[in-house]
Ligand binder design. Structure first.
Ligand code: 3H9
Length: 710
């Protein structure tokens, strides 16, 4: 895992632990031995540490941390002694960074006397994303290099810094433009000629750069933590650890960091976030698809429909360097689409997120057009027109006739059948669903819908396409609403029934937000457009069965043309600020309709609201899993965390169900079933797992072991 070569008086220590050179067991020991040997070797003047493969070191081994979080394994990985060994080395140690130096990787680098990097390298302390704080002295060394404010910002947000930003911040000493290894050796020889002792990070003073006082800087950190990582423990603990760096000697600060790290790593939030991390990596493991599966290259994309979704998809492609044609049949729609795209890039430029040159380059990659000219060169066509099966079907027939035979054809439908659309073409093996989430250039989730005829090559290409767009592509089966929206139906309707039974939209939304949802469900509905859900209800013929309870208010709101944010009114009213305000007219409407339907009224606690809404969603999740429309419970978690604002620190709905206990969930659903027979029925899989004392996680584990999902 660690190899030393002596070159020109410099010991080059290479860490080689694929795929990301994580500091799993064996690696710290190997580095320590290499340092000792190099120090003892009279022919060595300096030491360079580099990573083999595509990266420096991406941190501690998260598998090891997962064991720790679940109370398994040998305990916390510690590299304390290694870091001390490096820092105390009498010969200069130079860390040569490419790819990423993350978490324990950056902590290792900061113990070196000098750090150099290639321009494309990135560094950071992303541990909060896993529910922990840096645990290898990062909260102590980082403020010594960059100051309290910057250290807080990095540890609280987990955001990475580019090499130029890291240079400006004081984390690295130089950017090397040529061959990293050769240039790092030259750099090492140069610094070895300077008079020692070489600079130790731990001996530097912690500075406060911008604030008047430490307290002010720490308070700003707490506010930032509450804003960007609402309800999460780790970012607040990171601020505490940095306080220790600023107020105690180095060793004491490290002891405090270890204590805080331990509190985090044994928390529910850490278990949930580590689950979310591995769940996101598991989505690419699909039965029948391997590294050997041929992947077609996608260079030219053709998007049909310049509405909200079409323009978002075009931007997502352009942002990833793809050439895109954006086609609409009406000049007005095309103009409106391009105007919105330009405005979007302009606003990114104004906010400093893009340079004007990059913004212009991206707009120029999008070619607006009224016809299908050039479609024969496209590798992928994405249809993004209205949710109307007939309209989509006729477009599919037309497209099939003009596309090259190898081209893939995707629909961005959120609910309609991919198989029915595939039947309109002579290429059903190359037809699939690519369900983007609005705004499509921002949201990370992409549901990749596999129809009955979709080939493995098409799926593998779609997964690679998702990665190219920096999205998390999750493969789902073809059922109404696929996975995400199918689970939304019981969630959304149960929320509406609660309101008809005496709760208010803001109470339901408040309970959901306190639970951690990014937005309440009524706010979400207003944002998505009540008319969209109205159309879907009709298209899917929901509530057509007799005796089935039908939500009353949303149809009435649509009849009043209260379509949500786009009309300024929906479940809420939206003024100048664009913020939702409760509307007495809506409350009157709710109470009138409830009275007319003789629905008994009562009060609800927040816990009841969460159970009614989320247990419905979880129950449907179990059905989806049982019917094979999702491969893993953890795939459902990835969908909800990345596309529906479910809090990552709760792991996703299925992981949350495990943490509540499946027995408890079955009990509550059985109770709801007794109270309202029309819609609640415990999913057989959920009941089976609960009876066996199992969890969705164990279900996934068993499936993976049997090869059904991996
Ligand atoms: C830490 O360092 C704590 C310390 O402060 C103190 C401890 C005492 N460990 O994402 P990818 C695997 S906490 C184990 O698809 P990419 C990953 O599971 C750590 N495995 O590639 C996947 O495996 P598989 C702080 C890891 O190119 C494979 O590598 N560090 C680790 O899109 C490829 O991953 C972080 O939080 C790991 N540390 O992105 C960084 N990292 O192929 C976490 C990755 O079997 N990692 N794997 O599914 C990342 O952000 C991205 O993986 C990275 C590469 C940017 C590095």
């Amino acid at each position: 895992m660690v190899l030393t070569e002596i070159e020109n008086g410099v010991a080059v220590v290479t860490i080689d632990n694929p795929p990301v050179n994580a500091l799993g067991s064996g690696v710290p020991e190997g580095i320590e031995e290499a340092i000792e040997a190099a120090e003892a070797d009279g022919s060595v003047r300096a030491i360079v540490i580099v990573g083999a493969g595509t990266t420096f070191v991406a941190g501690a081994d998260i598998k090891q941390l997962e064991d720790l979080a679940w109370g398994r394994g040998p305990g916390a990985p510690t590299i304390h002694e290694l870091l001390q060994r490096i820092e105390n080395c009498t010969k200069p140690v130079i860390m040569a960074i490419h790819g990423t130096a993350l978490g324990g990787g950056l902590e290792l680098a900061m113990a070196g006397h000098y750090r150099v990097a290639v321009r494309s390298a990135r560094v950071g302390q992303p541990e909060v994303g896993l529910g922990i704080i840096p645990g290898a002295e990062g909260t102590q060394r980082l403020p010594r290099l960059v100051g309290v404010e910057r250290a807080i910002e990095m540890c609280v947000t987990g955001k990475l810094l580019s090499a130029p930003d890291a240079l400006e911040a004081g984390i690295i000493d130089a950017i090397l433009e040529g061959d990293l290894r050769a240039d790092a050796i030259t750099y090492a020889r140069r610094v070895s000629e300077s008079v020692g002792p070489h600079r130790k990070t731990r001996e530097q003073r912690v500075v406060i750069r911008n604030s008047a006082s430490l307290e002010e800087a720490l308070q700003t950190g707490v506010e930032l933590a509450r804003k960007v990582k609402r309800s999460q423990i780790a970012p607040l603990k990171a601020v505490e650890a940095i306080r220790a760096a600023a107020t105690s000697p180095f060793e004491e600060g490290c002891a405090r960091e270890r204590q805080l790290f331990h509190e985090c790593v044994t928390s529910d939030q850490c278990r949930a976030l580590i689950h979310a991390f591995f769940a996101e990596r598991a989505v690419t493991k699909i039965p029948g698809i391997s590294k050997q599966t041929a992947v077609a290259s996608i260079d030219r994309v053709f998007v049909v429909g310049a509405g909200t979704m079409g323009r978002g998809i075009a931007m997502a492609c352009a942002n990833s360097g793809l050439a895109v044609a954006l086609r609409d049949s009406s000049q007005a729609a095309l103009d409106a689409g391009m105007l919105a795209i330009r405005k979007n890039y302009d606003s990114s430029i104004q906010r400093g997120r893009l340079t004007p040159a990059v913004g212009a380059e991206r707009v120029n990659r999008i070619q607006p057009q009224l016809d299908y000219q050039g479609i024969e060169t496209a590798d992928l066509v994405i249809e993004a027109v209205f949710e109307d099966l007939e309209l989509k079907g006729s477009i599919f027939r037309e497209l099939d006739g003009v596309m090259k035979p190898a081209c893939m054809l995707a629909s961005n439908t959120s609910t309609l059948s991919i198989d029915e659309l595939a039947r309109e073409t002579n290429r059903p093996d190359r037809v699939l669903g690519l369900h983007f989430f609005s705004p499509a250039h921002v949201m990370r989730l992409l549901e990749i819908v596999r129809g009955e005829a979709t080939s493995s090559q098409t799926m593998a290409t779609a997964l690679a396409f998702a990665k190219r767009l920096s999205k998390v592509g999750v493969v789902v089966g073809n059922c109404p609403g696929f996975v995400g929206n199918r689970l939304m139906f019981p969630y959304m309707y149960e929320a509406q029934f609660l309101v008809e039974e005496g709760a208010t939209p803001e109470q339901v939304d408040g309970a959901l937000q306190n639970f951690g949802m990014a937005m309440g469900i009524f706010e979400v509905e207003d944002m998505a457009g009540l008319d969209v859900a109205w159309r879907v209800r009709r298209e899917l013929r929901q509530f057509s069965a007799s005796g089935q309870r039908r939500p009353l208010v949303s149809d009435a709101l649509c009849e009043m043309r209260r379509f949500g944010q786009k009309t300024g009114k929906g479940w809420y009213t939206y003024g100048e600020s664009g913020k939702p305000t409760p509307d007495p007219e809506v409350l009157d409407l709710i109470r009138t309709l409830s009275r007319e339907a003789a629905i008994p009224q009562r009060q609800f606690t927040d816990d009841e609201i969460i159970e009614r809404t989320l247990f419905g969603l979880i129950n449907e999740g179990a059905r989806v899993l049982e019917e094979g429309f999702a491969l893993r419970a953890s795939d459902i978690d990835v969908i909800y965390v990345n596309g529906y604002g479910f809090p990552g620190w709760r792991g996703g709905p299925m992981f949350y169900a495990d943490s509540v206990g499946l027995k408890r969930i079955v009990e509550r659903i059985s109770r709801f079933e007794q109270e309202c027979r029309d819609r609640w029925k415990v999913s057989p899989l959920l009941r089976k797992l609960a009876n066996a004392g199992k969890t969705f996680r164990s279900f996934d584990g068993e499936r993976a072991a049997s090869g059904e999902s991996a």
